[in-house]
Design a protein around this ligand. Structure first.
Ligand SMILES: Nc1ncnc2c1ncn2[C@@H]1O[C@H](COP(=O)(O)OP(=O)(O)OP(=O)(O)O)[C@@H](O)[C@H]1O
Length: 336
């Protein structure tokens, strides 16, 4: 649905060109929730603002459903933008208008004049985001989570096919973050809406995204399904994000395991295999002793996943690992 081709953006500051994005190539499919994660200054905001041309690229193309937005007239662009909703970290609500008026605003801007039609649509949207009882309140009377729900209702007013989320939960506490993410997931499933979100928090990616791109210094350094990127991070920036979110210290681990005898391996389980007890049965069969050095079980979106780091001793470790591999468990040898 979205195709960014060789996209670059330079900002001109005091006559100097500051590179913000360098030759980005990215494809996002209709109906997916796609996350972009990066540290401050990595280029996330620039990237998301290029998707609806709030920023114009210095080079490259932005295609949405095969239409190159960079070639549209300003009138055509305005029409295309009505099919792209956006929500923001600080909500950007009109403080002097009520919740209902904020949600009605984009309908009026799009040319809807029928007051009854507007009222019906606003009621539908407030019901969708769970704010029916707050229609006549002003933004100052709402919590952060409620404000973001107004932002979401407003963004959905004109039935967009794409929703862009610019650090949409960064100003919210963890519990409110979880409920806003749940709402985004419901909307994605109910309305078949494509969602692109940017964040600096791995937890946001883990809870609702299907695929993720990691951005660093204006470049995409890694991209893939969230389970793949989470369980087998390749680039140092990705590894840092994952290990920080799991409170793992790689260098500590190496020290801690220095005195463990035998082979050290990491097993990765995905799906139902996560809960099965092959390990003890196989260890008995192959006369292997194992000690558990580290472990975690979690859910990545709706997939259960587990990782176990083991110390193995015995004559048949190779054969036992081959059996585990046959059962679809990914084996990484950390020390031979
Ligand atoms: N309007 C601008 N003028 C000049 N430089 C800019 C402008 N906007 C962003 N930049 C620069 O471009 C780079 C990328 O910024 P961007 O805001 O896209 O990063 P980010 O990953 O969203 O960071 P943050 O999470 O802190 O918002 C940074 O070096 C930033 O200083």
């Amino acid at each position: 649905m979205i195709s960014l081709e060789n996209l670059s953006k330079f900002y001109r500051v005091d006559g100097r060109e500051i590179p913000a994005l360098k030759r980005i190539d990215l494809n996002i499919a209709a109906g997916e929730i796609f996350g972009v994660i990066g540290h401050s200054g990595a280029g996330k905001s620039t990237l998301i603002r290029l998707i609806n041309l709030l920023e114009r690229p210095t080079g490259g193309r932005v295609l949405i459903d095969d239409v190159d937005l960079t070639e549209l007239t300003s009138d055509q662009l305005r029409k295309s933008r009505q099919k792209i909703g956006m929500i923001f970290q600080h909500f950007n609500l009109l403080m002097s208008k009520t919740v209902a008026q904020n949600v009605a605003f984009p309908l009026q801007v799009a040319g809807e004049l029928d007051k009854a039609a507007i009222a019906t649509r606003v009621a539908e949207l407030l019901d969708l985001v769970g704010l029916t009882d707050h229609a006549n309140k002003y933004p100052a009377q709402l919590s952060g989570g409620q404000k973001q729900r107004v932002g979401i209702a407003r963004a959905l007013a004109n039935n967009p096919k794409l929703l862009l989320c610019d650090e949409a939960t960064s100003a919210l506490d963890p519990q409110t973050t979880a409920s806003v993410l749940q709402l985004l997931l419901e909307i994605n499933q109910k309305l078949k809406l494509t969602i692109v979100l940017i964040t600096h928090e791995m937890n946001v990616i883990r809870s609702i995204c299907d695929r993720v791109a990691v951005i660093d210094g204006g470049e995409i350094v890694e991209t893939g399904p969230v389970t793949q990127v989470f369980l087998h991070p390749q680039h140092p920036t990705t590894r840092r994000f994952v290990y920080e979110s799991e409170h793992i210290d790689e260098s500590d681990e190496a020290d801690d395991f220095a005195h463990v005898p035998g082979k050290i391996v990491r097993l990765t389980y995905k799906g139902e295999a996560t809960y099965q007890s092959h390990l003890s049965a196989l260890a008995r069969e192959y006369e292997i002793d194992f000690s558990i050095l580290a472990g975690r079980i979690e859910r990545i979106k709706d997939t259960p996943c587990g990782q176990l780091t083991l110390g193995l001793t015995g004559l048949n470790t190779k054969a036992m690992l081959a059996r585990l591999a046959d059962e679809g468990i990914v084996i990484e040898e950390l020390r031979a």
